[in-house]
Design a binder for this molecule. Structure first.
Ligand code: ADP
Ligand code: ZN
Length: 731
């Protein structure tokens, strides 16, 4: 990529579009010329498409056929560092550049002219006739010192109908004007007083601030138990970044968490930051995208896709709960936001803070190896102390087969509820029951399109496939043998546990927190807030509750099935279980009351369960690292998962076998290919799935070898190939 300063009219430029073409196309620079990185509209066949001037044109195409760029869009050109980021991220994940560009332009209406909206301000003139409602409008305008309002805002603030405002416009007492819609975000004040930090918080904050002041790339792993004040500490790093005049990005794993977080940011900096995730309006997305590029947004809180926003001068990326699995995109472009944050920061000279109570083994290893700086907060803030952890040995409990709350756990829950405290019962399974079984013929109801069981969701009164989302009503008769009334739920889900709890604790207020039970993020936020304020005695929750929420009255956590995560064949099963259990347990005793976490398990001697109970994190990580080093698997070796899928089962197996045979390019770099084998879920949405696994040494140039290997084969129209570098889970 050669970058000129400017391309004059008629000069050849290479334009990258988001169309799946896999190459940069030559065009002539438009009238008035264009800058490298300019967002442009170009003709492509009969269409006009969005593109970016990627560099000089190649000139290897018949010049007389080359068309001109239609126009340059009114947005800040893509910076060279962003181009480099997209290119490297694409190379790492084996994703075509066009698909990377799509990630970087996920804001609607970028090619629209800046849109306008009507705003209202006082003219200083009085209306001919004054009414009480009119007086209220004028008083409101005066109160806000002549600031402009939208019609709705003004009417609502003054407590009048919009007609009243319109009447004042007719009278000339209020001016109606057009103004651009995409306005900058309010400025944040880093120098407002933050909370007084404890000694070790202060030391950590200063270390982070020193890193920011140094002004070049570096990553810090900030460890600390839940409630130790990691957020307080990294907000100080944000403050320092803002003082330097650079932008800060905070990635959060769960949108439901942002409400509490936004409030904290506002308290610290005096205004709200920009919020980027799937729950914000299209208009707001466009505003953020544009303002980030112009420097009109100082701080963004977002989901992983915020990494692809066109920041003008990004100085800090915080990845909160860095171990969280939702940072790994599992469809489309397969990237891990944590790794991409580090890549982006290393290109633009920013700092990265990875915050977690239970870091991923990858980050722990990088910190041990000295690649990342390490900071640790060792105690909980204030009087809060870590909960006691104990196992309940289920082999010694007498429980009927359709009950899951042991007597021991039940006694402890009752004791809390009687004291006015809260208890959380945790089960990481949505729905009512994982299996619906016919007691007449033994048939289990499965999905028609996937090799997966349908899960009963009583709340929605349907069976749901957790793979493809297909739902159907609960049948009255067995679809296999036709027997009537013999279908029975087997095993517990969160809804069934709630039913059991309601029966066991008739006097307690039981609420369920599961992501699929709320129509909107707002409803979920409201429920979380109500619980935090004491609106429930017993909370039944899935993974959703493990994260971030602060429930001050919560003093007991009961994990219904601590063994659940240990069963998978997944490389990370132990790590996941360890993290999840520690996190859930961390929900208890966040304020002055001491918490207790009880883990129901049939294998209390399992090393993972013992490490969780002992709270000996270092020992767990060291043992886990040793095992993976021994097996040569990540982070001590490299892996790529290849999934082939097609409606035709023979096709995918033939292709898979061919790929396994012609493994020359892989062997050249010392990599090995395993498979093909049916994927753990062998069919999703009617497509048969076959997987191959490629393993290599840590230093091997895996991506380049994979690209050469994959280029050898012809893929049918029906066949899809997806390459997952550093796969997080095998399904
Ligand atoms: P973490 O991010 O490690 O879970 P938080 O930063 O959320 O921890 O802190 C937990 C709670 O303790 C929050 O309510 C926070 O406001 C409070 N807190 C932490 N440190 C302080 C401090 N120095 N002064 C006042 N409150 C604090
Ligand atoms: Zn399905």
């Amino acid at each position: 990529m050669t970058q000129a300063e400017f391309y004059s009219e008629g000069e050849l430029v290479g334009v990258l579009t988001a169309q799946p073409l896999d190459r940069v196309l030559d065009y002539k620079a438009p009238e008035g010329g264009c800058f490298p990185g300019a967002f442009v509209e170009v003709p492509l066949g009969p269409r006009k498409v969005l593109g970016v001037v990627w560099g000089a044109g190649k000139g290897d195409y018949d010049r007389s056929k080359i068309r001109s760029v239609i126009r340059v869009l009114d947005v800040a050109p893509m910076r060279e560092e962003m181009q480099l980021f997209l290119q490297k991220a694409g190379e790492y994940t084996l994703t075509p550049l066009s698909a990377m560009l799509r990630l970087a332009t996920r804001a609607p209406g970028l090619s629209d002219p800046p849109s306008m909206q009507k705003v209202y301000r006082p003219s200083g003139r009085q209306p001919d006739r004054m009414t009480e409602a009119r007086a209220r409008v004028l008083a409101t305008l005066a109160d806000y010192g002549g600031l402009a309002f939208t019609l709705k805002e003004l009417a609502e603030t003054a407590g009048v109908s919009t007609g009243v405002v319109k009447g004042l416009v007719q009278q000339g007492a209020v001016l109606e004007e057009d103004r651009p819609r995409d306005l900058p975000f309010p400025s944040l004040d880093p120098d407002r007083a933050g909370k007084a930090l404890t000694e070790d918080q202060e030391a950590a904050a200063q270390a982070l601030c020193a890193g920011i002041a140094a002004g070049h790339y570096g990553t810090t792993l900030l460890r600390g138990v839940t409630g130790s004040g990691k957020t307080e500490v990294y907000l100080e790093a944000v403050a320092e970044c803002l003082r330097q005049g650079r932008q800060a990005l905070v990635l959060l794993p769960e949108i439901a968490l942002t409400a509490e977080f936004l409030t904290r940011v506002e308290a610290r900096f005096g205004a709200k930051p920009a919020e980027w995730h799937s729950g914000v309006t299209m208009t707001e997305r466009r505003r953020i995208w544009k303002m980030v590029g112009q420097g009109g947004a100082e701080m963004v809180i977002g989901a992983r896709s915020a990494l692809f926003l066109p920041f003008r001068d990004l100085g800090l990326i915080v990845v909160d709960e860095e171990h969280d699995t939702s940072y790994k995109q599992e469809d489309g472009v397969l990237y891990n936001a944590r790794d991409m944050a580090v890549l982006r920061a290393s290109i633009c000279g920013a700092r990265v803070v990875l915050a977690s109570a239970t870091p991923s083994l990858e980050s722990w290893t990088n910190a041990e190896a000295g690649k990342y700086d390490k900071l640790a907060l060792t105690s909980r803030f204030g009087d809060a102390v870590l909960p006691d952890m104990r196992a309940i040995d289920m082999r010694g409990e007498q429980l009927p087969s359709d009950r899951w709350i042991s007597n021991t756990l039940r006694r402890e829950v009752l004791a809390r509820v009687e004291k006015g405290e809260q208890a959380l019962l945790f089960i990481n399974r949505r729905g009512y029951a994982p299996i619906t079984l016919c007691r007449a013929c033994g048939h289990q109801i499965g999905c028609d399109h996937c090799d997966a069981r349908m899960v009963e969701h009583r709340f929605q009164k349907r069976l749901v496939c957790h793979q493809c989302g297909e739902t159907k009503p609960m049948p009255e008769t067995c679809p296999n043998c036709g027997a009537e009334g013999r279908l029975a739920p087997v095993g517990p889900g969160v809804e069934r546990l709630a039913e059991e709890a309601a029966a066991l604790f008739p006097d307690a207020r039981v609420v369920t927190l599961s992501s699929d039970m709320f129509g909107s993020a707002r409803a979920l936020k409201a429920q979380i807030k109500a619980i935090a304020e004491g609106g429930a005695d017993i909370i039944i929750g899935t993974q959703l509750v493990a994260k971030g929420h602060n429930f001050p009255l919560l003093t007991l956590v009961g994990v219904i099935d601590a063994d659940l995560g240990l069963q998978g064949s997944d490389l990370r099963a132990a790590e996941r279980t360890f993290q999840l259990m520690r996190q859930v347990a961390g929900r208890a005793g966040r304020s002055e009351r001491k918490g207790l976490a009880l883990l129901q398990t049939y294998q209390p001697e399992h090393p993972v369960i013992r490490a969780i109970i002992a709270g000996d994190e270092e020992r767990f990580w060291r043992a886990e690292a040793e095992e993976r080093r021994h097996a040569g698997v990540p982070p001590f070796g490299r892996m790529a998962g290849i999934i082939l899928s097609s409606p035709d089962v023979q096709d995918v197996f033939d292709l898979g076998n061919d790929m396994a045979r012609r493994d020359g390019p892989l062997r050249q770099v010392g990599a090995q290919v395993f498979g093909p084998a049916p994927a753990p879920i062998a069919r999703i949405r009617g497509r048969h799935r076959v997987r191959l696994l490629v393993k290599a040494d840590k230093g091997a140039p895996l991506q380049a070898a994979l690209a050469r290997w994959l280029a050898q084969f012809r893929y049918g129209n029906q066949t899809r190939v997806s390459v997952d570098i550093d796969p997080q889970s095998f399904y």
